[in-house]
Write a protein that binds this ligand. Structure first.
Ligand code: 5AD
Ligand code: FES
Length: 360
């Protein structure tokens, strides 16, 4: 049955459901096929994005997130401009090729202007040597455009769940957390011309296999260039922790994540897909497993170590104590051990996006 499905060029929802339920030998067949498709359509290279966690100040209060505004235990910080540029210099020096700036959500003008300025400064390093990904939440189309014109060319905004009902079970239902606004933002990013990435958490309370199958079709229908998915990890200082006993155990969440990555790779062979750090948090080999299931991007952390403990969107985040140089060589070894290789000094754009752009 799985073999027949894997032969198909297009999956229907039943196919996807079956693949997401695969176990044992079937699971192995699925993962092997996804790896083969990745190696055939892309290559064995892994792209790096040096992650800069700019600030944990956030206007939102998502029910799963450790840095939600409602969590008073967090000491709030913002990295200085100099520190951001030092991180970017470090990325350049280590040959990472790209940086990703992530932050709690703020939409005041002081914040958005600061980002514009930082993007322009980062672009000067090595004469545009670094690709820039932003992950700064929901903004107006004007702000998205301003950042794009300043030189950012990729944007990550996870839908978190494409099922509106589930979305409101994991977010407060109010004006600041509006599902339709989220959709509009993704559309706006796509129309401005960003390489746009979206994604979901896997193993959320109340989430079904049907929801996850719909998420995959959502990514495909939006024709996004990048997908980022990782296991949900309950954070004790958040409201969703109440349901920590009701979600699948870590191993199951890991396997479900690998299946989601594998099916995404089969449905969208040329997208970029991240092996999220959350994978490594619940399984020491999680990132390697994600790469072998079809992912091709890793985001090593470049945030100055003194801030990292305060950017715990989920607990026990991996690599929090590592220095960038250690991270870089560690990743090199880890990738070699699974017959992959890091591609240094390249932006590592999504092939799906490059093709789409050339066709227009
Ligand atoms: N577990 C796993 N992932 C989480 N994220 C936020 N909180 C958690 C958590 N508790 C993810 C969200 C967000 C990304 C930055 O981190 O999907 O988009
Ligand atoms: Fe900050 Fe969700 S809690 S964006």
């Amino acid at each position: 049955m799985i073999k027949e499905i894997l032969e198909k060029q297009y999956f229907n929802k039943d196919d996807v459901r079956t693949l997401l339920l695969a176990k044992g030998e079937d699971l192995k067949l699925l993962l092997d096929r996804a790896l083969a498709v990745k190696l055939e359509k892309l290559d064995h290279y892994v792209h790096l994005r040096g992650l800069i966690e700019l600030s944990n100040i956030c206007r939102k209060s998502c029910l799963y997130c450790g840095v939600r505004s409602g969590n008073t235990k967090v000491v709030r910080y913002t990295i200085t401009d100099d520190e951001v540029l030092e991180c970017a210099q470090m990325a350049y020096k280590l040959g990472y090729g790209s940086v990703a700036i992530q932050s709690g959500e703020r939409n005041d003008r002081a914040f958005t202007e600061r980002i514009t300025k930082l993007v322009k400064e980062i672009k000067k390093i090595g004469n545009g040597a670094l690709g820039i990904t932003l992950s700064l939440g929901e903004q107006t189309p004007e702000v998205y455009r301003e950042w794009f014109e300043a030189g950012a060319h990729r944007y990550l905004l996870r839908i978190e769940s494409s099922n509106e009902d589930l979305y409101y079970k994991i977010h407060p239902h109010d004006e600041t957390h509006d599902f339709k606004k989220r959709l509009d933002c993704i559309d706006s990013l796509l129309s401005i011309g960003y390489q746009t990435g979206t994604g979901v958490m896997i193993g959320l309370p109340f989430q079904t296999i049907d929801d996850l199958a719909d998420d995959l079709f959502f990514f495909k229908n939006k024709n996004v260039a990048m997908v980022g998915m990782g296991p949900f990890i309950p954070h004790p200082d958040t409201p969703l922790y109440e349901f920590a006993g009701e979600i699948p155990p870590a191993e199951e969440r890991m396997n479900l994540t690998l299946k989601m990555i594998a099916v995404a790779r089969l449905m969208m062979p040329e997208i970029n897909m991240v092996a999220a750090t959350a994978n490594q948090t619940i399984d020491p080999m999680g990132r390697e497993k994600a790469i072998l299931a079809g992912a091709n991007v890793i985001m090593p952390n470049l945030t100055p170590n003194k801030y990292r403990e305060e950017y715990l969107i989920y607990p026990d985040k991996a690599c929090v104590g590592d220095k960038p140089e250690q991270c870089s060589s560690c990743l090199g070894f880890r990738m070699k051990s699974i017959k992959h290789e890091i591609l240094y000094n390249a932006w590592g754009d999504s092939k799906a996006f490059t093709k789409k752009t050339n066709a227009n």
